[in-house]
Design a protein around this ligand. Sequence first.
Ligand SMILES: C[S@@+](CC[C@H](N)C(=O)[O-])C[C@H]1O[C@@H](n2cnc3c(N)ncnc32)[C@H](O)[C@@H]1O
Length: 358
Amino acid sequence: MCNGIEKAILGVVGSLVEYPLDAETDEFIINEQLRIKPSSEGIMKFGNKRLKDFEEEYESSLNSLVSKGLLKLKDNFYELTEEGKAIGFDVRNQWLVDFYNDFLLRSAESETHAIFCEKVFGKNLCQYNVLDMEQLDTMLDMMNLQPNQLVLDIGCGLGKITEYIAEKTGVSLIGIDNASKVVEWAQKNTKTNRGELSFQVGDLNKMEFFKEKFDAIIAIDSLYYVKDFNRVLQKMKEILKPDGQIGIFYAQGRKPKESLEKINPEKTKVGLALVENGLQFDTIDFTKNGRGVLVRELTTAQELEVKFKEEGNHDLCQQRIVQSKDQIQRIDKKLERRYFYHVQKTTNNAFFLEEEKN
Ligand SMILES: C[S@@+](CC[C@H](N)C(=O)[O-])C[C@H]1O[C@@H](n2cnc3c(N)ncnc32)[C@H](O)[C@@H]1O
């Protein structure tokens, strides 16, 4: 239905509208220096890397997307229709798979990245998250996993955290991730003398497992890629044993004009979907820990920049520098909070209890 350039446009517009909108000026706020209007010029400027090769067909492709009912044009600004949104989501999903297959694999093979993780997290588990060992060990203490139990790790990445959990608790784990090269790496480079470890290519939005298969499910910084939170949480509930539990690490942001309430634990996308599914949960606010990790990521990436460059992996540390600077600012402006959700399937009484770590 769409050709390459059309798909790229839908993906770019889908990414653009994720940024906070300044309704007075019709601009999406990308960062302090960059604001973009969803006009023809604005979309090209924002998506330049992906769109510049198609410059000649660009205007006619915008028109074609409007006539196909995938984009709407109003006052010179473009907007995705519902159908356009769905295609844009799938396009961005594929970009994400390509990104993770490349970025995580090079991280796993990089000596400098191993030093980086030791310094930032205290242990090299090839982390691409803001999960320090205190958070990880708190999750394991709270979940009290027992040998012989079966655990699903959703969005497991390179599987080193999955391996750590198997070694520490003796449980068996299945890790799923939709980045196939990452899964292949995990299969080849993890092992445990306790329990069993296996990895599968799988999309967290389309999980297919038997009902009541797992004693526990964990999702560490992977639910950012959920299409429909209610459906994914419903599926997690379905494949969990009756007395099973779920551990989720998730950070939620808000736009500057949205209320602080939006980042309360029960109001995040995860919190709302848990309540909707009648799942009982406790939360721990780990924003302070997350911020600590980000500060260490920033300083360590800057310290190791030359080494990363010499290795041919300059982008691995540039990415961390840009991302951590931005996220520290957002946390300091109270625009983002990070939570651990501990969910129990059994009780009907949905309630939450927040332990303030700050
Ligand atoms: C931020 S990384 C976290 C990886 C790992 N849980 C960790 O903490 O190190 C997010 C992971 O989610 C995976 N992912 C993204 N979208 C996904 C999807 N739709 N289905 C399954 N995995 C997905 C990515 O490939 C990536 O490995």
